[in-house]
Design a protein. Structure first.
Length: 319
């Protein structure tokens, strides 16, 4: 758990962060979201002491970060940035192994971990391990950056606009990769972005900031239904509900019962999001879809099911 208490960071007369209180629960992915100049990156860099707060405290699992050696603190936290920051003179295998080597891991354990993490981010170790960063695409380099940040199995992962410099299609793939990794690994993640869609897709909770202050800290569903103030409503706009449906899966909603016989309707897998199901419903101009799990029909999805599901609080646990 990370607890931020009264955090202030001033540069002369300007307060980049102004008395911030924020609690980030263990195993949750919290997105720091807000307009430019909101203080998001400043908060992130204060957590691992790349910059020091003017006042306030940051507690990591109950320990005041200011009492820890900053180098050791940073080694205990994965860190991913937009331009990746891979070491150009090292192979991909050596880049991923960098922190385990610094921590004194033996060669066998390090080599096994490198293989495991490259596999985890969808890169074949035999193919990519001997390469150098200059031989990678932007998306491949970003995957290596994630693998390197996770190589020493840190409990905390800090990510500063990690997917902001790649094309939209690559970015979507990286977001899905991050969602799947977090579902499996359950790290405590602090993720900075200015992209609302990215925040809604990935976050367990969003911390929406403005002028160094916290406006609301809650789930995307709660911020949609119960915005704390007018700024929150205006920031997300009228389309937040449409964005939220990507977090919900057909497997998690109450479907209509199947009628007698086999209805002559298009079929869709229970694992897809409501956004994908809605697109399929409209694209096929169908009155309903037969939802199947492991090849067997389990119910019907239609527009009424969509509306009813959005009235409920549960979000897709496959995020």
């Amino acid at each position: 758990m990370i607890e931020i208490v009264g955090l202030t960071k001033s540069y002369g007369e300007h307060r980049a962060v102004d008395g911030l209180d924020l609690r980030i629960e263990t195993g949750e992915l919290t997105v720091l979201l807000g307009p430019s100049g909101a203080g998001k990156t400043t908060v992130l860099r204060c957590i691992n002491r790349l910059i020091e707060p003017t006042s306030g405290r940051i507690l990591v699992d109950g320990v005041d970060a200011s009492t820890l050696d900053p180098v050791e603190l940073r080694r205990s936290m994965g860190y991913v940035i937009q331009n990746v920051g891979l070491f150009p003179n090292m192979t991909i295998r050596e880049n991923v192994a960098a922190v385990p080597r610094l921590l004194g891991w033996d060669k066998k354990r390090t080599a096994e971990r490198v293989e495991e993490m490259l596999d985890a981010v969808g890169l074949d170790p035999a193919r990519y391990g001997p390469k150098y960063p200059r031989q990678l695409s932007g998306g491949e380099a970003q995957r290596v950056g994630v693998a390197r940040a996770l190589a020493a199995d840190p409990p905390v992962l800090l990510m500063d606009e990690p997917f902001g410099a790649v094309d939209p299609l690559t970015r979507e793939r990286l977001q899905k990769l991050m969602r799947d990794l977090q579902r499996r690994l359950k790290k405590t993640v602090v993720f900075v972005t200015h992209d609302i869609d990215e925040a809604v897709l990935l976050a367990d909770r969003i911390a929406l900031m403005r002028d160094g202050r916290l406006e609301q800290h809650d789930t995307p569903e709660a911020m949609w239904r119960r915005p704390a103030n007018e700024f929150v409503s205006r920031f997300f706009g009228e389309n937040l509900g449409l964005r939220v449906i990507i977090r919900h899966c057909l497997a998690d909603v109450r479907l209509k019962p199947l009628p007698d016989g086999a209805p002559d309707l298009p079929r869709i897998d229970a694992g897809v999001s409501l956004k994908e199901a809605l697109a399929e419903l409209v694209g096929r101009r169908a009155r309903a879809l037969v939802v199947v799990r492991d090849g067997s029909p389990v119910g019907l999805f239609d527009f009424d099911v969509l509306v009813e599901s959005l009235a409920e609080e549960s979000a897709c646990d496959a995020r």
